[in-house]
Ligand binder design. Structure first.
Ligand code: AMP
Ligand code: TRP
Length: 338
């Protein structure tokens, strides 16, 4: 028998479409890691509800995210794809971890500080968000977590929560490592902040050629390059950084030299980029269109994924309860007899 593969876990919120920041920062790595690891990929609806949301839209958003992940290359034969709220142990372990997590650690999380600063009244769920994330990861004893750079701090906190719980109740949880790929952080089309649905500076992986062009056409370039005859600086141009992600070496060199020498105009440079993005995303879009004709298949992927995830999560929670003296029914009588 071959040794079992090490496990990885990662999650994505169903709030909005999969964008090229998620794709390059996280999902592309997930696709690549499927053979090396036993993989659990989770659509984290319980995390999504820490932000304003519309209940009537949630089921469709979850479904669309599942469909897009499969279209992007997650293979349900080789990995487990499921919805967080379908496995109630996530919430239960999160509560347990709340009892070993120092408040100060949560208050210093960058994502919390950013999001809290944008809200008038800050809800406890936003603060406790990384505790639920730790529960997600540790329920499966995942040793590695492939994410974009913005999530590294949460994985570090997960390690600390594992240490705290282990030191009180005995060695049980591993300390997972974040795996951050080459593309650590994709900037948004505004060129100011990371690409993020909540800022509205995204390109969705399923957008049409026209939609992509309309967004690229008006995106910011080097602000110092005002006229076609001004030479530009590719290093401060977000269009150029996107060329690096989506264009061939030849096209990257063409854009770099053309910009520096004012040999090409921004519009030309943007046209080439838009074409290359459309080409790179074409297979995902085509698979998504085909999957839209088979909704039952996507539903079945999530059903069997939840079943598989639940079988692992339930075992972990039984052991957690046992170690914490939280026994049920007949187990209470057994403890009495011991
Ligand atoms: P989210 O959409 O916040 O659930 O993020 C899902 C995954 O995509 C996480 O691993 C994030 O780190 C990653 N991610 C989100 N936005 C970006 C970005 N602009 N650049 C790189 N990675 C990102
Ligand atoms: N917080 C992550 C994000 O916004 C999503 C997430 C939830 C996650 N649980 C996770 C990522 C567990 C990795 C592991 O991107």
């Amino acid at each position: 028998m071959t040794a079992p593969k090490p496990r990885i876990f990662s999650g994505i919120q169903p709030s909005g479409e999969l964008h090229i920041g998620n794709y390059l920062g996280a999902v592309k790595q997930w696709v690549a890691l499927q053979d090396q690891y036993e993989c659990f990929f989770c659509i984290v609806d319980l995390h999504a509800i820490t932000q304003p949301f519309e209940p009537a839209e949630m089921p469709m958003q979850i479904f669309d995210m599942a469909l897009t992940l499969v279209a992007a290359g997650l293979d349900p034969e080789r990995c487990t794809i499921f919805v967080q709220s379908n496995v109630p142990e996530h919430s239960e372990l999160a509560w347990v971890f709340n009892t070993v997590t120092p408040l100060g650690e949560l208050e210093r999380m960058t994502q919390y500080k950013d999001k809290a600063a944008r809200q008038e009244s800050v809800l406890a769920g936003l603060l406790n968000y990384p505790v639920l994330q730790a529960a997600d990861i540790l329920l499966y004893h995942a040793v590695a977590v492939p994410v974009g750079e913005d999530q590294v701090q949460h994985v570090e906190l997960t390690r600390e929560i594992a240490r705290k719980w282990n030191s009180r109740f005995g060695e049980y949880f591993p300390e997972p490592q974040a795996i951050v790929g080459k593309v650590r952080r994709v900037l948004g089309l505004d060129g100011q902040a990371k690409m993020s649905k909540s800022i509205g500076n995204t390109i969705g992986v399923l957008e049409t050629a026209d939609e992509i062009w309309e967004k690229i056409r008006v995106a910011l370039t080097d602000p110092a390059r005002k006229r076609r005859s001004d030479p530009g600086n590719p290093n401060v141009c977000n269009i150029f950084s996107l060329h690096r992600h989506f264009s061939s070496e030849d096209d990257v060199a063409w854009a770099e030299q053309g910009c520096r020498s004012a040999g090409i105009g921004c519009i030309e440079c943007k046209r080439r980029l838009a074409e290359n993005i459309v080409e790179a995303l074409r297979p995902i879009r085509e698979r998504a269109l085909a999957l839209k004709e088979q909704p039952d298949y996507v539903v079945e992927v999530l059903r069997s994924g939840a079943e598989r995830a639940h079988s692992v999560a339930a075992q972990t929670m039984t052991e957690v309860r046992r170690r914490m003296g939280l026994r049920r029914g007949a187990e209470l009588a057994e403890a009495e007899a011991e």
